[in-house]
Structure formats: structure tokens, C-alpha cells
Design a protein. Structure first.
Ligand SMILES: [Zn+2]
Length: 117
């Protein structure tokens, strides 16, 4: 069985890894301090990663306004879901807003447009 996680959590992990990559690249620039051009390039690339992560965080903020707050039937916590099917942020319980899909095996492809009627 594939492991799923809540979409927002996934995007958050992605944004966080962008920050780490940015810092690693910038740190890598220190090793080229004898060459100001290389160091500048490393610093700019690192900065771009950090800017990208800011954009992703901003995107999460935008997405959060579209989420639906529901009480998870499994852990009884209030969780947010995005799209037609998503996972509980706490216990990874599959959730759906569509009664047609209730009880069916969780599949992220239900979120794609071509599967909609
Ligand atoms: Zn839950």
C-alpha cells in the first residue's frame, strides 16, 4: 500500500526542503570564496531557492482559504481537506467530500479533472 499524506503537509514539506537546499547551496558558496564570481553565483542560486520557498508558502496560504474544515471520523480532530479527496493531517485517514466515493479505496486520481463527470 502506498503511503499518502495530506496535500497541505506535502506542500509544506516541499517548501521546507527548498529552504534547506537554499541554505546548503549558499553554504557551498563559502568554499569558493577565492572566486568572487562563483561565490556570487552560489549565493544567488541559494537565494532563488529561498525565494521559491517563500512563493510556495504564499501558495499554501492561498490554498488554505480553499480548504474545508471537517472533523476527522477516525481521530475526531478538526482537519483541513483540499479537493475531492484528501488525508487527515493527523492520522492520514482518507477523507472525501463526495458521497459517491465513500467507502472506495483512496486514490489521489479522483482529484484530477478528467476523472470528474
Ligand atoms: Zn484523523
Amino acid at each position: 500500500m502506498r503511503k499518502y499524506s495530506s496535500k497541505i503537509n506535502k506542500i509544506r514539506t516541499f517548501a521546507l526542503s527548498l529552504i534547506f537546499i537554499g541554505f546548503i547551496v549558499m553554504y557551498g558558496g563559502i568554499f569558493f570564496r577565492k572566486s568572487p564570481i562563483l561565490m556570487t553565483i552560489f549565493m544567488i542560486i541559494g537565494l532563488l531557492f529561498i525565494i521559491a520557498s517563500t512563493v510556495v508558502y504564499f501558495w499554501i496560504g492561498m490554498l488554505s482559504t480553499k480548504t474545508v474544515q471537517i472533523v476527522c471520523p477516525n481521530c475526531k480532530k478538526v482537519t483541513k481537506m483540499l479537493g475531492r479527496v484528501d488525508m487527515c493531517m493527523y492520522c492520514n485517514e482518507p477523507l472525501t467530500l463526495d458521497p459517491e466515493l465513500e467507502g472506495k479505496e483512496f486514490d489521489e486520481k479522483y482529484n484530477r479533472k478528467r476523472n470528474r463527470k
